[in-house]
Design a protein around this ligand. Sequence first.
Ligand SMILES: [Zn+2]
Length: 324
Amino acid sequence: MRMRTVGSTPATPGGVARRRLPAPAWLLLALTLVTAIPAHAERWICPDCPSEVVERARGAELVCPGCGTHYTVTEMAPPVAYINVSTRDTEISWFPLADSCRIYRPDGVEGLDDQGAIWVPWTAVEWYIPRMRLLRMINGRELATDYAKDLTYCPSPPKFAYEVTDSLTFPGKPATVFKQQGEYSLAELFIIAFTPEARDSARVRFVKEVEAGKHPRLPRTEPHVMRLPTVAAPPSVAKADLKAEAVVEVRVHESRGIIGAHMVKSTGVAALDSDAMRLAQTVSFSTAGELGVMVPSWVEVHVHYEGTGGRVEVTPARHGFWRR
Ligand SMILES: [Zn+2]
């Protein structure tokens, strides 16, 4: 391609071109040498027939001998990605990535098979869970990947701006939503998928892997209690033989503290229930973690009334981190 361009340029200025046409031998030799250097071929998956492995030079068109399709770099990047950020779903524009990382390119992601690196076009990715180094292709085949943030691979992976929505839900008040904007690198996103359905199936896989203990270096961490309130039954209902328990489920946001509370076990006494609800919201927590990333979580605050005093206990909520 380049050779033809160089050769045709001098043809434009008429007579001058004729004199230049017999290119000097050294120039022809130089051009021959340049074009004779074999471009380093990589192994790529065809976006249309993902069982086909295609030899392709970096950045060149992908030409599949199986289906005959030609793909350019930009044709292998979908316009929208359906992602999960710290357990919350959202979607982003899949901007062309900077071409500066060993694992991620504008056109694909590097997987690993028994022969080494194999590049998968983004359009052939069903879902990708960077923190688990797990990539599933649209034909169901799964590949391992390297961990992007490893210093030798991709110390600063491309970043995406995101917006996620949470809600404030307290008893007696209308639920209100709030949005949170941020920026995460591709390596920190929990799930990358290109349809909402694929994201849903990746979520099932994500939770299953964590709960099977397959990622022991980054275990799930429940929020720690930083401060517990003292319990004293309201004077109107306090008596020496009082014994009652209220359980309040509380949502702990990763940066805002408690953003929701609801009663899951009543004492049967309205004055105790409303006191327990108030106390539960004064417990202070550190943030929960899932695969090393801060996430919102649910906990159960047990308020025990015993005589005129009592105590507070906190246990993980049974529904887990991924329930909204
Ligand atoms: Zn093909």
